[in-house]
Design a protein around this ligand. Structure first.
Ligand code: FAD
Length: 744
């Protein structure tokens, strides 16, 4: 990363130089100057994008003939901190430098680099410099081996780029270390590489759902271009978008979103003989549903046969009653009954008809609130190599792909497309839903017409505005990149009501908010940093500066681990406070028992913790890097800390017992799997209007209807596997009901 950073800075410096001297006839390798002698720039507004940390960062800049007048950044797809938080500083650096040659913001390296790259592109546009053609690239032929940061906690990507006749001839990724994202990496590799080669541009769009892996591939090719003697900033020509419209009609059922609930709906509709069209925005099917342990299944016949000689293994009435008690109302009793009493049969339906395969956990995992309900939670069986057992990561795709292909083959009219993003419902003059309008990755508009629509877009955790509107704050996410609330928005656009939008997002994991992907810390040091965040033996302070006590999901206060309770914390995060003395003590005497026992599977970043009492001589280095990445905030006094945390000084002082001195606030953030609040549906999964009447040909499943099983202000129904179970239950019901819809 460092090497690339330097290369880019020098490329940027070269461009700035050109900017200063463009009154003469300037040219550079691969560029042709066409600026006028009177002015530096052609006045106007220019836009360019580049791959950032988790999205394509878009820069728009307004130029007069002699200066950059205004800069705007769209970093909405980047992490809230440090990515989005860096935006203002990056804008002022560009304005001050009047060029793309800026320092960037430390801790937000990937976002800064993307802004610089896009700005370099804009500078070239404003100066009338044409992008390189293959003939003028000046690239030296050869094969260049490069390494870049990739996705995940330890992610790293290496590949060979072959330049032949001045063109990108081949790109071969030789290693990608983050196995947990293996699938998304493969998708980016399969789809993006041919597009880069065809367009001879690293300005092609990233693959939806695989933006980080796409960005890494583009960065890797960019490094090779630079090393081959070119200027990668000149290889970012965006690919022209199609303006065509394609119409497809005659379907019985249109499924929007092919994650778990969408595929399961598709399968059930196809099984009933319907003609089905499915669309998926990402480059691959599966959504978050391929990253899970598995669904809850109460008294599945297959599980009973395998484990209990045909005997029931759980009392379903108990589960139902506990559930109604938990949500505190029987308003949605008819739907919750389906969630409970259909969970086993829905799993069996898909095992028997679509070859899904599950095992019981045999006590490996318990239900969160009722630990003895261990057998209610099943897991997907391993893949053929038996290597992907109980692993978090997109590992169950093969089961979903198999089911979808089997369902597609059930009717010759059935079809589905990936990289096709639903935009809106199409309605006729009377407001009746007749189809879905969608955009393909190449810009083509698709109008798909059919009798019914099933919304299965996986909730809204990826939509910042909706998160703030319904939950008051965004949340750090694990997975969930394409879940932007499109289904809920589309349902609402035709009068659909919502239910329990204030249910807390699913959070079972906590750690520092900003994963440090560089090697500035070893994996063991990263584990120590995370342990400082998740330990339960230090004072905890809310984002408002007030004391944070642990309140578990049953509402009782406990001094236990916080990975679930954090869903209740304001802003889904809190600060763990250390005085200077505490840090000195760790240096001399090591971690406490609680700190050394902090959970380190996810939070460990691949490292392990030292035993309690082993001196941590490098604690100051760990804290310093933590500070750099906004995981730790240091205050030289309570007043200083209050100012940095943007909290009331008196409140913070009272919380800290009024004892002044140096403090380190280590941020503990909840990592969310998804949202729960959703469209309101009835027991047929029909979307309901505010007056309670169903929209007959509109259905919602999975996270787009999960709210009906939950309650505002509470964590989601906390029995392990419930969310995934709902994809099976709601998918089977909606697919069957949609197929049966006649329009009469
Ligand atoms: C890492 C992880 C582990 C989990 N573990 C468990 C577990 O063990 N048990 C459990 O019960 N739950 C678990 N969950 C939660 C569970 O995965 C979800 O609740 C469930 O899978 C959601 O299914 P879904 O179909 O609603 O959403 P998804 O599976 O996410 O599918 C939604 C799909 O819609 C697509 N989409 C979005 N917008 C559009 C659009 N405009 N046009 C077209 N397509 C669109 C998305 O790309 C995605 O493919 C876990 C979640 C994660 C992330």
């Amino acid at each position: 990363m460092k090497k690339m950073f330097k290369t880019l800075v020098s490329a940027g410096a070269a461009l700035s130089l050109l900017a200063c001297s463009s009154s003469g006839s300037s040219s550079a390798a691969g560029t042709t100057a066409s600026s006028s002698a009177e002015s530096l720039y052609t006045a106007g507004t220019y836009t360019a994008s580049a791959a950032g940390h988790s999205s394509d960062v878009v820069v728009t800049a307004e130029f007069s003939g002699s200066a950059i007048e205004k800069v705007e950044l769209d970093v909405s797809g980047e992490t809230e901190t440090p990515g989005q938080a860096a935006a203002e500083e990056l804008i002022s650096q560009i304005m001050e430098a009047q060029s793309a040659d800026i320092d960037g913001v430390s801790g937000a390296t990937e976002t800064s680099t993307a802004v610089k790259m896009a700005m370099q592109d804009i500078m070239a546009q404003a100066q009338g410099l044409e992008t390189s053609s293959a003939e003028t690239t000046g690239l030296t032929d050869g094969t260049y081996t490069e390494s870049v940061q990739s996705f995940g906690f330890t992610g790293d990507m290496t590949g060979d780029v072959t330049i032949q006749d001045g063109k990108i001839a081949s790109i071969e990724i030789t290693s990608e270390t983050d196995s947990a994202t293996g699938q998304w990496f493969s998708v980016a590799q399969k789809l993006l590489i041919p597009r880069i080669i065809e367009a001879q541009s690293i300005g092609v769009d990233s693959i939806t759902g695989a933006t980080t892996s796409s960005g890494a591939i583009k960065n890797l090719v960019g490094k090779a271009i630079d090393e081959a003697g070119g200027d990668s900033t000149q290889w970012r020509t965006p690919v022209e978008k199609s303006t065509e419209t394609v119409t497809k009609e005659g379907y019985d059922v249109i499924v929007v979103g092919l994650g778990g609930s969408g595929i399961l709906s598709y399968c059930a509709a196809a099984q009933e003989g319907a003609s089905v069209f499915g669309m998926e925005a990402a480059g691959a099917i599966g959504g978050n549903s391929v990253s899970v342990y598995g669904p809850m299944a109460l008294n599945s016949e297959n599980m009973k046969e395998k484990y209990t000689n045909g005997e029931d293994y759980i009392n379903e009435d108990d589960v139902y009653n506990t559930w109604i008690e938990y949500v505190g109302t029987d308003e949605k009793a008819d739907v919750i009954k389906k969630a409970v009493y259909n969970s086993g049969s829905a799993l069996d339906y898909y095992m028997d008809n679509f070859d899904f395969s599950f095992d019981g956990l045999n006590g490996l995992l318990g239900s969160f609130v009722v630990p003895e309900w261990t057998q209610e939670w099943t897991v997907y069986t391993a893949d053929a190599d038996n290597t992907k057992w109980y692993v978090l990561g997109p590992d169950h795709t093969f089961q979903f792909e198999h089911a979808l292909d089997k369902a597609k083959a059930m009717n010759e009219n059935n079809d589905y497309m990936t990289e096709l993003k639903a935009e809106e419902l199409i309605t006729d003059a009377d407001g009746n839903i007749t189809g879905v309008r969608a955009t393909y990755y190449d810009g083509t508009t698709y109008e798909i017409y059919g009798k019914t629509v099933i919304l299965a877009t996986g909730g809204f955790v990826g939509n910042e505005d909706m998160m703030k509107e319904y939950l008051g704050s965004t949340v750090t996410t694990i997975g969930c990149t394409v879940n932007k609330g499109d289904g809920i928005r589309m349902g609402m656009s035709v009068g659909g009501a919502t239910y329990a939008m204030g249910t807390l997002p699913m959070i079972h994991i906590s750690q520092v908010p900003n994963v440090i992907r560089t090697d500035e810390l070893t994996a063991d040091q990263k584990a120590i940093l995370s342990a400082l965040a998740v330990t339960t033996d230090m004072p905890m302070v809310t984002v408002n500066g007030e004391p944070w006590g642990n309140v578990n999901q049953s509402g009782t206060s406990e001094e236990t681990g916080l990975s679930v309770e954090i869903a209740y914390a304001p802003g889904f995060r809190y600060y763990v406070m250390y005085t200077q003395e505490d840090i000195d003590n760790i240096k001399a005497n090591g971690l406490s028992e609680a700190q050394a026992a902090a959970v380190v599977n996810f939070v460990g970043n691949g490292g392990t913790l030292p035993e309690a009492g082993t001196p941590v001589a490098d604690i100051e280095d760990i804290i310093a890097v933590g500070e750099k990445y906004n995981n730790v905030i240091k205050g030289d006094s309570i007043a200083d800390l209050a100012a940095k945390l943007d909290v009331d000084e008196a409140t913070l002082s009272e919380t800290l017992g009024g004892q002044d001195g140096t403090y380190y606030a280590v941020i503990c953030a909840g990592w969310s799997y998804g949202t729960v609040g959703s469209l309101d549906v009835d027991e047929n999964m029909n979307v309901l209007k505010e007056d309670g009447t169903p929209i007959a040909n509109l259905f919602a499943v999975g996270q787009d209807s999960e709210g009906v099983c939950n309650a505002d202000g509470k964590a989601y129904s906390p029995w392990g596997g419930q969310a995934q179970s709902w994809t099976f239950v709601s998918g089977q019901i909606a697919g069957t009901q949609a197929a049966a819809y006649t329009g009469e």
